[in-house]
Design a protein around this ligand. Structure first.
Ligand code: SF4
Ligand code: SF4
Length: 237
């Protein structure tokens, strides 16, 4: 229970909203496109999913496909790793203001390997304490404002996902968590998967990562609720 001992040492029982924190968990951060490199020492083939590409002036990283294998950490590749957690992207405005402190989330496991669900589960514990933001996990889609999808969406889960979305009242938003839910991830070529949530339901917010750390998932929920600065910018544009 390292969080328990840290809490005793620092006197901080939970993360403060807005506090600067690194994306603790299984990842040291995220690789980002790097402008200055010694390209002759760089081999894009070290990336097992083809998410790295050499450019004239640097290295381009396709973060929506990166599986966080960490093979491109220096000195193996001249890629800059960023220790932030604001990984989510919103394609739709947040839910109306009146929802901000009472958001109910329906989680659908559409073929998750266990990694994304494990990170999600951390949000419900005392370190992240999701409930203090007014965000709750709903046992039924009929009360849910947000559909949170993990996994590449197996063919067997397609109908369940469609029906879950249809059962939710308007207004509603869909968040795809993890590269599997974005595009199928490592399973994209399998005959048994649809290749991402957007093949079945309209996706409003995406969180890359494999898996994304809890703070990155929390960032996506901030975009949905309008609690983050980026969300307000999307709404105003
Ligand atoms: S961490 Fe792995 S998957 Fe991601 S860009 Fe680097 S080599 Fe590719
Ligand atoms: S994104 Fe990675 S951790 Fe999440 S379900 Fe897919 S393989 Fe598992």
């Amino acid at each position: 229970m390292p969080w328990f001992w840290e809490g005793l040492k620092t006197g901080v029982r939970t993360l403060r909203p807005g506090a600067v924190r690194l994306p603790s968990g299984v990842t040291p951060g995220r690789p980002t496109t790097t402008a200055v490199t010694a390209r002759d020492r760089f081999d894009a083939n070290i990336c097992p999913v083809g998410a790295l590409a050499g450019r004239d002036a640097g290295v381009a990283v396709d973060f929506d496909h990166c599986i966080h294998c960490m093979r491109c950490q220096p000195p193996k590749a001249p890629v800059h790793w960023q220790n932030d957690y604001r990984w989510a992207q919103a394609a739709a405005p947040p839910l109306p203001h009146r929802f901000q402190r009472s958001i109910h989330v329906r989680i659908v496991d559409a073929g998750d390997c266990g990694g994304c669900l494990s990170e999600l589960r951390q949000l419900l514990g005392p370190v992240y304490s999701l409930h203090r933001y007014g965000i709750y996990v709903s046992p039924t889609p009929r009360d849910a404002d947000v559909l949170l999808v993990v996994g590449p969406v197996t063919v067997g889960m397609r109908v369940a996902l469609e029906e879950t979305y249809a059962a939710m009242p308007d207004p509603k938003r869909v968040v795809a968590v993890g590269v599997c839910a974005l595009n199928g991830g490592l399973f994209a070529d399998s005959f048994a998967v649809m290749g991402g949530a957007s093949r079945v339901v309209p996706v409003d917010v995406t969180v890359p990562g494999c898996p994304p750390p809890p703070l990155a998932i929390l960032h996506a929920l901030e975009l949905v609720t309008g609690l983050s600065r980026e969300t307000r910018e999307v709404a105003e544009s």
